[in-house]
Design a protein around this ligand. Structure first.
Ligand code: DI6
Ligand code: FE
Length: 410
């Protein structure tokens, strides 16, 4: 178990805790029954059995008695579209009346209706709406979140959305990874000229927004109703040329070869994957691409084909779970509910769900060296839970057992 004989000691020590470290070297959740965790300067400096905490540290640190509560890594929601204008409640009613998601999208609703609302909204209005959604996630112990643009589809609104993503981190104690998803849908101005939009994304938007420091990764939606593999490849070439990592909405509604495409570009993750086949999973495994499962969208769209969990396990692909929080297919702001859905609808185990919202989610964002497990050297991002056993985090619906959240040791 990780110990640390650092003479610098600790600022805060959490004692009398049960730990689920999620360390990859450990089995299962990496549990420690009579555990303690210590932090200094926002980093974990000790994690392990309580009796191994250096006595000299205890004398000087702030002590928090956890009274037997469980500590997990702070949760990570590694796939959200949190910044958008308006809502799609009317479309929800249309789908209840029988319209399909693809029909609504093809008739100018869907993503494009949110694009109109997002273009019209002020930056302040977008920030205010996104903060309300973020607060729901933070209240469940989320300490890192990914936020995609993709409801602007022109440079100004993509910039506005990414700026809001950055400002979320200034307004709340949470780490935000901002992802440019300009290749989310074809904007109406380019309806007759797909190639010109793809060129504008690759040649103008990615370089300009990256130069402004607004882009941590580039994403695309590879689908019949969105972009072809060749179009995505053009976008990814531009991103990789600037040294930006990529990720992909892959094989959500049909098998379009998205998983293999993500593998070809060494993507951080391929997300959704309902229709991914064996060859796609093998390609992901070979290229070290993580899987991000999004059961909220599967549930809302009443999909019938679950992602190939058995294949992902067989080939050792790390599985993450996220909310996909977005106004159309996953108006979900509970990562705990996403975990329950991943277990109930996709058959993930409790251990897989918890790894999926911590260690593997960090990997899917390229921040696995910094957060996602309780290990010495990582950020002291913690969730402290009023539960008797970790399965409670997955099994309940609509109940939040968070006792406290710690971000960077605070
Ligand atoms: N896949 C999704 O499920 C969302 N985006 C995507 O690429 C849907 C976004 C929306 O309908 O607004
Ligand atoms: Fe998405």
């Amino acid at each position: 178990m990780a110990r640390h004989d650092d003479p610098g000691g600790a600022e805060t020590i959490w004692l009398n805790a049960r730990l689920a470290t999620l360390a990859s070297s450990a089995n299962g959740l990496g549990t420690v029954d009579n555990g303690a965790l210590a932090a200094r300067s926002g980093r974990i400096v000790f994690v392990g059995p309580e009796e191994e905490v250096p006595a000299a540290w205890r004398a000087r640190a702030r002590i928090v008695d956890c009274v037997g509560r469980w500590i997990t890594p702070g949760l990570i929601d590694c796939h959200t579209h949190l910044v958008y204008g308006g809502d799609r409640a009317r479309e929800f009613e249309m789908r209840l009346a029988g319209a399909t998601y693809e029909e609504i999208a093809r008739s100018g609703g869907g993503i494009l209706s949110t694009v109109r609302a997002t273009r019209e909204a002020s930056e302040e209005a977008l920030l205010g709406a996104a903060l309300r959604r973020l607060d729901a996630l933070v209240a469940e112990g989320v300490t890192t979140i990914e936020v995609k643009s993709g409801y602007g589809l022109e440079e100004g609104t993509e910039r506005k959305s990414l700026r809001v993503a950055r400002r979320l981190a200034e307004n709340r104690p949470v780490a935000v990874r901002a992802t440019l998803l300009a290749a989310h849908a074809l904007p109406p101005e380019f309806a007759g000229d797909r190639a010109a939009y793809v060129e504008a994304v690759a040649e103008q938007m990615i370089p300009a927004l990256a130069a402004e420091g607004l882009v941590d990764a580039v994403d695309a939606f590879c689908e019949r109703i969105a972009f072809t593999p060749a179009e995505v490849a053009r976008v990814f070439d531009a991103a990789r040329g600037l040294g930006l990592p990529v990720k992909l909405h892959a094989d959500q509604l049909s098998n379009g070869g998205g998983a293999a495409l993500a593998a070809k570009f060494g993507a951080l993750s391929a997300d959704h994957l309902e229709y991914t086949d064996d060859a796609g999973v093998v390609a992901m495994a070979g290229a070290g691409v993580g899987a991000v499962l999004l059961p909220g969208a599967y549930y809302v769209l009443r999909e019938r084909q679950a992602p190939p969990v058995a294949l992902l396990r067989k080939h050792g692909v790390p599985i993450a779970v996220a909310t996909d929080s977005n106004p159309g297919t996953s108006p979900l702001t509970s990562l705990l509910l996403a975990l329950n859905m991943a277990a109930t609808l996709f058959g993930l185990t409790v251990d897989e769900c918890l790894a999926g919202a911590t260690r593997n989610a960090a990997k899917a964002l390229g921040v696995g060296g910094e957060t996602g497990t309780l290990e010495v050297g990582k950020w002291a991002d913690l969730a402290i839970w009023d539960i008797e056993r970790p399965a409670e985090l997955v099994y309940r619906l609509g109940f939040n057992p968070l006792h406290a959240r710690v971000w960077r040791g605070q």
